[in-house]
Structures are given as structure tokens and as C-alpha cells.
Design a protein around this ligand. Structure first.
Ligand code: DNO
Length: 357
């Protein structure tokens, strides 16, 4: 297991590489160029310069989160082939810089969604939250405002402003796209890209839908064990894997996250794990919590044990943290609570490992 920490380059983060270097056990970053629009090639020199910056800080850059997929690929438009060709060139460039794992998602139009970026918790901290009735009733401008308010002028992943002008039309486009059709578009992408994942020694981890149910009439197709099995079977190779995001999957109380960790990790199909916890206030309403099992609804010990016992040897990162100690940062991605999460996860891992000998 290698512990990594999400970080944005080019001054687009309140957290620094030297701070990350001081978190015990963290060996690298999961990073991306948020300013290169989806569909464009990531130039090799730009990647190498970032890799050198990360190495100079004493960290590795083996995980990229995310190389976003152009909407035309998700929509299955004829123009997709040119964007797929660019994607493959980016893969080559990343591989030549020593990258081993690419996290991406196939969520249409937008990435994750929360109706509230600052839910106050009883201990005085704040966490991101989701109220289903509120979310379902939002107009597009209100939806964007809900995500932008409190972003502290930092780019939110999957909510890069370049997406906003086309959002209304894109949402409309998908209203009649069935899950079956959408899977065909995913399959087309995987068939094109996976031979190169093999050639360039890259493991791919698709991120599940967050939250894992349909919203705004958009097809959401990767959200439970059955749909993940379908996804993995579209291209049956170890390169075609899952980013096991416990918080996204755990948002649906019907998902047995330790069982999913065990099933997919023992198939060798989990190159990357996002570990975080969620606390439900109703079946579909939740807020994020500290990483500890005692703070949320997920049994983090059982998840870590499932990964460990399945021979998991990929990357783990702590996921969204609460806002604590008055930190101002990108929502979910401050230093303090994620550092606590990283230490806690490693404590669990050490305990599981030593007790299994
Ligand atoms: C949200 C993140 C997602 C994730 C992408 C992966 O905080 O978990 O933005 O990085 O879905 O492509």
C-alpha cells in the first residue's frame, strides 16, 4: 500500500508540497492540471516539469487524478475519436514521466455534487453535505452557485468553470440517454484506450458516481456492486479497474462497502482507494465526517481489513476532510483533517497487518 495525498499544482492549492512531505507515511501526490481543458493533450515538458517539482519536494508523482474525459466521448459523438487520440497521447506522456495510475470518471456533465459545502457539525467543524430534496429541486444556476459558494476561489474538481457555458445544453442532451446506451459509450472508450494502458504500463481506476444515484436526469451508471461488475466486464483486464471511493459508494446505505472492497480488490481490479466516511441523516441525506469509524456510518477497519486480506497493493489517499481549526482551503481538501485521516488509515493498516501474522 502506498499512501498519497491529493494536491493541485501552479498555486491552485492552499496546501504545499513541503507540508505534505511532513505527513507521516505519505509518499506521493495524486495531482492534475486543472487548467488544461478536457480533451487537450497534456504536453510532455509540462508534465516533466511538475514531476521534477514533486520529486524535489521528496515525493512521488505516480498517480494522476484526474485526466478528465471530453464530453463528446461521454456523449458518443463522432468527434470523440480525435479526443480519444489526444487522451492516448496524454497517457504516453504521463507514462514517460513515471506515472503508474490514472483516476478518471465517466460522470456526465459534472463530477461529484453536494448541496452544501459547509454543513456545521456538533463539534464546531464543517463538512460537505447532501440533502436530496434540496439537490433535486435546484435549477442549474443555483446548482452552480451551491458548488461555487464557499469554494474560496479555488477550482473544484469536476467543476472547472470551462464547463459552465455548455452545462445547460449538456444536461438536456442526456435526458434521453439510457444507462444501456451510456455503457456503450464507456465501452467504446475502453476498447480504444485499454491496449495503450497495457503498452504504457498504466492502471486505470474509474471513480464511481458521487452521489451514486441518478440526479438531474443524468445517466449515473457506476454506483453499486452490480454496475461495477458490468463496468469491469466491458474490458476484462487488470488495467481496467475501479477507484474504490468509500464515501461515494457508502452514500448509498444499501452498498456493503467492505464486501465490495473484498470482491474487487481480490480480483486485482482496485489500483486506487479513496478512504473517507459519511454519516447519514436519512436514507438519501448525508454529510461527510471525520475518517474514524466512530464518526460515520462506515466500518473503516472492516474496509481496510478487506483490502489488506485481498492482497491490495495499490495507492490509498485520505479523501475529503472536514474544515477544522479555522483552516481556509478548497472544500474537502484542506491539510489538517486529511492529515489526521492519513495517520488513522495507516494505524488501521498496521494493526491489520501485524494481527494477521
Ligand atoms: C471529488 C473527487 C472527484 C474525483 C473524480 C475522479 O472530490 O473525488 O472529483 O477526483 O471523480 O475523476
Amino acid at each position: 500500500m502506498k499512501m498519497v495525498f491529493r494536491w493541485w499544482p501552479n498555486g491552485d492549492d492552499t496546501v504545499t508540497l513541503s507540508q505534505i512531505r511532513q505527513i507521516p507515511g505519505v509518499s506521493g501526490v495524486a495531482t492534475m492540471f486543472a487548467d488544461i481543458p478536457a480533451g487537450e493533450v497534456w504536453p510532455k515538458e509540462t508534465i516533466l516539469a511538475l514531476r521534477d517539482e514533486v520529486h524535489e519536494a521528496g515525493l512521488q508523482m505516480e498517480v494522476i487524478e484526474s485526466v478528465n474525459i471530453h464530453e463528446d466521448i461521454k456523449k458518443g459523438l463522432p468527434t470523440r475519436d480525435a479526443y480519444i487520440a489526444n487522451y492516448i497521447t496524454t497517457m504516453k506522456n504521463l507514462s514517460e514521466a513515471g506515472v503508474k495510475c490514472i483516476c478518471y470518471n465517466f460522470m456526465p456533465v459534472m463530477d461529484w455534487f453536494r448541496s452544501n459545502l459547509e454543513t456545521p457539525l456538533s463539534d464546531g467543524s464543517f463538512a460537505m453535505g447532501y440533502e436530496h430534496a434540496k439537490a433535486a429541486g435546484l435549477t442549474l444556476p443555483k446548482m452552480i452557485a451551491a458548488m461555487m459558494d464557499g469554494s474560496h476561489d479555488l477550482t473544484l474538481p469536476g467543476w472547472e468553470p470551462e464547463r459552465f457555458p455548455a452545462m445547460a445544453k449538456d444536461i438536456e442532451f442526456y435526458q434521453n440517454v439510457s444507462a444501456e446506451e451510456y455503457f456503450k459509450n464507456i465501452s467504446y472508450f475502453l476498447s480504444a484506450v485499454m491496449p495503450y494502458a497495457e503498452e504504457y504500463d498504466l492502471d486505470f481506476g474509474v471513480h464511481p458516481d458521487d452521489p451514486p444515484w441518478p440526479l438531474f436526469g443524468l445517466p449515473k451508471v457506476i454506483g453499486n456492486a452490480e454496475s461495477i461488475r458490468t463496468f469491469l466486464s466491458l474490458h476484462d483486464s487488470k488495467r481496467n479497474g475501479l477507484t474504490l471511493c468509500t464515501g461515494s459508494l457508502g452514500a448509498n446505505p444499501e452498498n456493503d462497502v467492505p464486501a465490495m472492497a473484498r470482491e474487487f480488490a481480490s480480483m486485482g481490479r482496485v489500483p486506487f482507494v479513496h478512504l473517507r466516511n459519511v454519516k447519514h441523516t436519512s436514507e438519501r441525506d448525508f454529510h461527510e465526517s471525520a475518517h474514524l469509524s466512530s464518526d460515520g456510518d462506515l466500518d473503516m477497519y472492516a474496509i481496510v481489513a478487506a483490502l489488506h486480506d485481498s492482497g491490495f497493493d495499490g495507492y490509498i489517499r485520505p479523501d475529503h476532510g472536514r474544515r477544522i481549526w479555522d483552516e481556509v482551503s478548497r472544500p474537502g481538501y484542506g491539510l489538517y483533517d486529511r492529515a489526521l485521516g492519513a495517520a488513522y488509515i495507516q494505524g488501521l493498516w498496521e494493526a491489520v497487518e501485524k494481527s494477521s501474522k
